[in-house]
Design a binder for this molecule. Sequence first.
Ligand code: DQA
Length: 149
Amino acid sequence: MSLIYVLNGPNLNLLGKRQPHIYGHETLADVEADCRKLASELGHEIRFHQSNREYEIIDWIHEAREDGSGIVINPAAFTHTSLAILDALNTFEGPVIEIHISNMYKRESFRHHSFVSHRADGIITGLGTEGYRLGIRRVATMLTAPKKD
Ligand code: DQA
């Protein structure tokens, strides 16, 4: 059994209420419940967090260095601004999957650059909240796949 961190950045606490035409009607509590169900089906545990504060996300990444095997992260607006989150992720050795509910590339050009993508092993963007489940599946696969030299 491995521990997977699922981390969420600013404003995602308003999921379901915030611009539902872009982000859908599911709440973050719904997403968390789905992630927990899937993780237990796959034989893993998750720690699921959301914060509007950059330092808390950095602290959870540091915690994952000690306790976690993989990270699924939707950094939200910090995606486009946070060198500090990229630096923190660069200290983590396990798989990292970056998630975006919306398709960033179909939106404003300021959303087209991601600091986090410089570290992520994979990026899921525009597949709605299903992206979280796909991200957890991918982390689980990477944790069991034989390591390449
Ligand atoms: C987001 C996309 C970001 O550009 C935006 O700032 C968010 C959410 C997404 O999940 O689609 O807050 O990460």
